[in-house]
Design a protein around this ligand. Structure first.
Ligand SMILES: C[S@@+](CC[C@H](N)C(=O)[O-])C[C@H]1O[C@@H](n2cnc3c(N)ncnc32)[C@H](O)[C@@H]1O
Length: 207
Protein backbone atom coordinates (compact mmCIF):
# COMPACT_ATOMS: atom_id res chain seq x y z
CA UNK A 1 0.00 0.00 0.00
CA UNK A 2 1.30 3.45 -0.88
CA UNK A 3 0.95 6.18 1.72
CA UNK A 4 0.59 9.74 0.44
CA UNK A 5 1.19 12.97 2.32
CA UNK A 6 -0.85 16.11 1.64
CA UNK A 7 1.54 19.06 1.54
CA UNK A 8 -1.39 21.39 2.21
CA UNK A 9 -2.97 19.99 5.40
CA UNK A 10 -0.39 17.27 6.20
CA UNK A 11 -2.98 14.49 6.27
CA UNK A 12 -1.63 11.06 5.39
CA UNK A 13 -3.80 8.78 3.31
CA UNK A 14 -3.69 5.73 1.13
CA UNK A 15 -6.06 6.35 -1.76
CA UNK A 16 -5.94 7.96 -5.15
CA UNK A 17 -8.93 9.17 -7.08
CA UNK A 18 -9.91 9.91 -10.61
CA UNK A 19 -10.85 13.42 -11.58
CA UNK A 20 -13.02 13.23 -14.72
CA UNK A 21 -11.15 14.35 -17.81
CA UNK A 22 -7.78 14.76 -16.17
CA UNK A 23 -6.53 11.20 -15.71
CA UNK A 24 -5.43 9.84 -12.38
CA UNK A 25 -4.69 12.60 -9.92
CA UNK A 26 -3.99 12.15 -6.27
CA UNK A 27 -5.90 14.49 -4.07
CA UNK A 28 -6.30 14.82 -0.35
CA UNK A 29 -9.58 13.37 0.97
CA UNK A 30 -9.42 15.78 3.89
CA UNK A 31 -8.81 19.17 2.25
CA UNK A 32 -9.15 18.37 -1.47
CA UNK A 33 -5.69 19.71 -2.36
CA UNK A 34 -3.77 18.01 -5.17
CA UNK A 35 -0.41 18.88 -3.54
CA UNK A 36 0.19 15.24 -2.80
CA UNK A 37 3.54 13.56 -2.26
CA UNK A 38 4.24 9.85 -2.23
CA UNK A 39 5.49 9.25 1.30
CA UNK A 40 6.19 5.55 1.72
CA UNK A 41 5.13 2.08 0.81
CA UNK A 42 4.01 -0.18 3.63
CA UNK A 43 3.30 -3.87 3.66
CA UNK A 44 0.61 -4.82 6.12
CA UNK A 45 -2.28 -7.24 6.13
CA UNK A 46 -5.71 -5.93 5.19
CA UNK A 47 -7.07 -6.18 8.74
CA UNK A 48 -4.36 -3.87 10.00
CA UNK A 49 -5.08 -1.44 7.17
CA UNK A 50 -8.77 -1.40 8.12
CA UNK A 51 -7.97 -0.44 11.68
CA UNK A 52 -4.98 1.82 11.12
CA UNK A 53 -5.35 5.40 12.29
CA UNK A 54 -4.69 8.65 10.45
CA UNK A 55 -3.50 11.99 11.67
CA UNK A 56 -6.99 13.52 11.55
CA UNK A 57 -8.60 10.76 13.57
CA UNK A 58 -8.04 12.62 16.81
CA UNK A 59 -9.86 15.85 16.00
CA UNK A 60 -12.37 16.79 18.69
CA UNK A 61 -15.63 18.60 18.06
CA UNK A 62 -16.23 21.94 19.81
CA UNK A 63 -19.60 22.60 21.47
CA UNK A 64 -20.62 24.91 18.62
CA UNK A 65 -20.31 21.95 16.22
CA UNK A 66 -22.63 19.83 18.38
CA UNK A 67 -25.36 22.42 19.08
CA UNK A 68 -26.92 22.55 15.57
CA UNK A 69 -27.78 18.82 15.59
CA UNK A 70 -29.47 18.92 19.02
CA UNK A 71 -32.78 20.33 17.75
CA UNK A 72 -33.27 17.31 15.46
CA UNK A 73 -33.16 14.75 18.29
CA UNK A 74 -36.73 13.75 19.18
CA UNK A 75 -37.58 13.80 22.88
CA UNK A 76 -36.93 10.55 24.77
CA UNK A 77 -34.69 8.98 22.12
CA UNK A 78 -31.50 7.27 23.27
CA UNK A 79 -28.50 8.58 21.34
CA UNK A 80 -25.40 6.42 20.91
CA UNK A 81 -22.09 8.26 20.46
CA UNK A 82 -19.73 5.46 19.35
CA UNK A 83 -16.50 7.47 19.03
CA UNK A 84 -16.73 9.32 22.30
CA UNK A 85 -15.70 9.38 25.92
CA UNK A 86 -17.13 11.37 28.83
CA UNK A 87 -14.92 14.28 27.69
CA UNK A 88 -16.73 14.59 24.35
CA UNK A 89 -18.97 17.61 23.77
CA UNK A 90 -21.53 15.26 22.20
CA UNK A 91 -21.70 13.39 25.50
CA UNK A 92 -21.82 16.62 27.51
CA UNK A 93 -24.58 18.24 25.45
CA UNK A 94 -26.88 15.38 24.44
CA UNK A 95 -29.42 14.62 27.16
CA UNK A 96 -30.19 10.94 26.75
CA UNK A 97 -26.80 9.71 25.61
CA UNK A 98 -24.73 6.56 25.86
CA UNK A 99 -21.17 6.50 24.58
CA UNK A 100 -18.41 4.09 23.66
CA UNK A 101 -14.82 4.40 22.42
CA UNK A 102 -12.04 2.20 21.11
CA UNK A 103 -9.89 3.12 24.13
CA UNK A 104 -12.44 1.38 26.35
CA UNK A 105 -12.30 -1.76 24.21
CA UNK A 106 -15.50 -0.83 22.37
CA UNK A 107 -14.63 -1.03 18.70
CA UNK A 108 -17.35 0.46 16.49
CA UNK A 109 -16.86 -2.35 13.95
CA UNK A 110 -17.77 -5.03 16.47
CA UNK A 111 -19.41 -3.38 19.46
CA UNK A 112 -23.04 -2.25 19.71
CA UNK A 113 -24.78 -1.21 22.93
CA UNK A 114 -27.93 -3.16 23.78
CA UNK A 115 -30.45 -0.33 23.56
CA UNK A 116 -30.22 2.80 21.40
CA UNK A 117 -32.37 4.72 18.91
CA UNK A 118 -30.07 6.95 16.91
CA UNK A 119 -26.37 7.51 16.39
CA UNK A 120 -24.51 10.84 16.43
CA UNK A 121 -20.79 11.52 16.36
CA UNK A 122 -17.72 12.76 14.62
CA UNK A 123 -16.03 9.52 13.48
CA UNK A 124 -12.36 9.05 12.56
CA UNK A 125 -11.58 10.07 8.98
CA UNK A 126 -9.76 6.82 8.29
CA UNK A 127 -11.93 4.21 6.58
CA UNK A 128 -14.93 6.50 6.11
CA UNK A 129 -16.62 4.02 3.78
CA UNK A 130 -16.41 1.21 6.35
CA UNK A 131 -17.75 3.46 9.07
CA UNK A 132 -20.74 4.59 7.01
CA UNK A 133 -21.36 1.02 5.83
CA UNK A 134 -21.55 -0.10 9.43
CA UNK A 135 -23.78 2.85 10.43
CA UNK A 136 -26.17 2.12 7.55
CA UNK A 137 -26.22 -1.58 8.44
CA UNK A 138 -28.13 -0.83 11.66
CA UNK A 139 -31.04 0.72 9.73
CA UNK A 140 -31.42 3.38 12.43
CA UNK A 141 -31.12 7.17 12.02
CA UNK A 142 -27.65 8.65 12.23
CA UNK A 143 -25.82 11.95 11.87
CA UNK A 144 -22.04 11.93 11.51
CA UNK A 145 -19.72 14.84 10.90
CA UNK A 146 -17.55 14.46 7.84
CA UNK A 147 -15.53 16.75 5.57
CA UNK A 148 -17.43 18.11 2.58
CA UNK A 149 -14.60 17.02 0.27
CA UNK A 150 -15.74 13.44 0.83
CA UNK A 151 -18.56 14.22 -1.60
CA UNK A 152 -15.90 14.11 -4.33
CA UNK A 153 -15.43 10.41 -3.65
CA UNK A 154 -17.45 7.63 -5.20
CA UNK A 155 -18.10 6.06 -1.78
CA UNK A 156 -20.91 8.30 -0.48
CA UNK A 157 -22.69 8.13 -3.84
CA UNK A 158 -22.50 4.33 -3.86
CA UNK A 159 -23.43 3.98 -0.20
CA UNK A 160 -26.42 6.28 -0.42
CA UNK A 161 -27.48 5.20 -3.91
CA UNK A 162 -30.78 3.80 -2.75
CA UNK A 163 -31.02 5.81 0.45
CA UNK A 164 -31.58 9.50 0.87
CA UNK A 165 -28.41 11.15 2.07
CA UNK A 166 -29.27 14.21 4.17
CA UNK A 167 -26.82 17.01 4.88
CA UNK A 168 -26.74 19.53 7.69
CA UNK A 169 -24.34 22.12 6.32
CA UNK A 170 -22.77 25.15 7.95
CA UNK A 171 -21.99 28.73 7.01
CA UNK A 172 -18.48 28.42 8.46
CA UNK A 173 -15.84 25.79 9.06
CA UNK A 174 -15.94 23.93 12.35
CA UNK A 175 -12.74 24.52 14.29
CA UNK A 176 -11.83 21.13 15.72
CA UNK A 177 -9.27 20.74 18.45
CA UNK A 178 -6.30 18.44 18.41
CA UNK A 179 -4.16 17.69 21.47
CA UNK A 180 -6.14 20.35 23.33
CA UNK A 181 -5.31 23.02 20.74
CA UNK A 182 -8.10 24.63 18.69
CA UNK A 183 -7.21 24.39 15.01
CA UNK A 184 -7.61 27.92 13.66
CA UNK A 185 -6.43 27.02 10.18
CA UNK A 186 -8.96 24.33 9.32
CA UNK A 187 -8.61 23.78 5.57
CA UNK A 188 -11.91 21.96 5.03
CA UNK A 189 -15.57 22.51 5.82
CA UNK A 190 -17.74 19.78 7.31
CA UNK A 191 -21.36 18.72 7.41
CA UNK A 192 -23.42 16.19 9.25
CA UNK A 193 -23.98 13.34 6.83
CA UNK A 194 -27.35 11.97 7.95
CA UNK A 195 -29.63 9.05 7.35
CA UNK A 196 -33.32 9.34 8.21
CA UNK A 197 -32.52 12.14 10.63
CA UNK A 198 -33.42 15.58 9.26
CA UNK A 199 -36.88 16.86 8.24
CA UNK A 200 -35.54 17.68 4.76
CA UNK A 201 -32.63 16.66 2.59
CA UNK A 202 -30.38 19.69 2.95
CA UNK A 203 -30.43 22.17 5.81
CA UNK A 204 -28.10 25.11 6.11
CA UNK A 205 -27.28 26.15 9.69
CA UNK A 206 -25.28 28.96 11.23
CA UNK A 207 -22.42 28.10 13.54
C1 LIG B 1 -12.42 12.40 14.98
S1 LIG B 1 -12.29 11.81 16.64
C2 LIG B 1 -13.75 12.51 17.32
C3 LIG B 1 -13.92 12.30 18.77
C4 LIG B 1 -15.29 12.77 19.30
N1 LIG B 1 -16.34 12.05 18.61
C5 LIG B 1 -15.46 14.23 19.06
O1 LIG B 1 -16.10 14.62 18.09
O2 LIG B 1 -14.94 15.05 19.85
C6 LIG B 1 -12.70 10.08 16.44
C7 LIG B 1 -12.43 9.24 17.67
O3 LIG B 1 -12.81 7.88 17.40
C8 LIG B 1 -11.83 7.00 17.97
N2 LIG B 1 -11.87 5.74 17.20
C9 LIG B 1 -11.09 5.40 16.15
N3 LIG B 1 -11.44 4.19 15.68
C10 LIG B 1 -12.47 3.76 16.46
C11 LIG B 1 -13.26 2.55 16.48
N4 LIG B 1 -13.03 1.58 15.58
N5 LIG B 1 -14.23 2.43 17.41
C12 LIG B 1 -14.44 3.42 18.32
N6 LIG B 1 -13.72 4.57 18.37
C13 LIG B 1 -12.75 4.75 17.45
C14 LIG B 1 -10.54 7.77 17.84
O4 LIG B 1 -9.58 7.29 18.77
C15 LIG B 1 -10.99 9.20 18.09
O5 LIG B 1 -10.87 9.55 19.46
Amino acid sequence: MIIYLCLNCEAEHDIHCLYPGSGYVNYCPVCGSDRIQRLKEVFVDSRKVLYSGGKNDECYTPAEGVMPILEYIPKGKIVWCPFDTEKSNFVKLIDNCIFSHIDNGQDFYTYEPPNWDMLISNPPYTNKRKIFERALSFGKPFAMLMSNTWLNDAAPKQLFYEKDLQLLMFDKRIKYSNNGIIQNKITFSSSYYCYNFLPKQIIMAKL
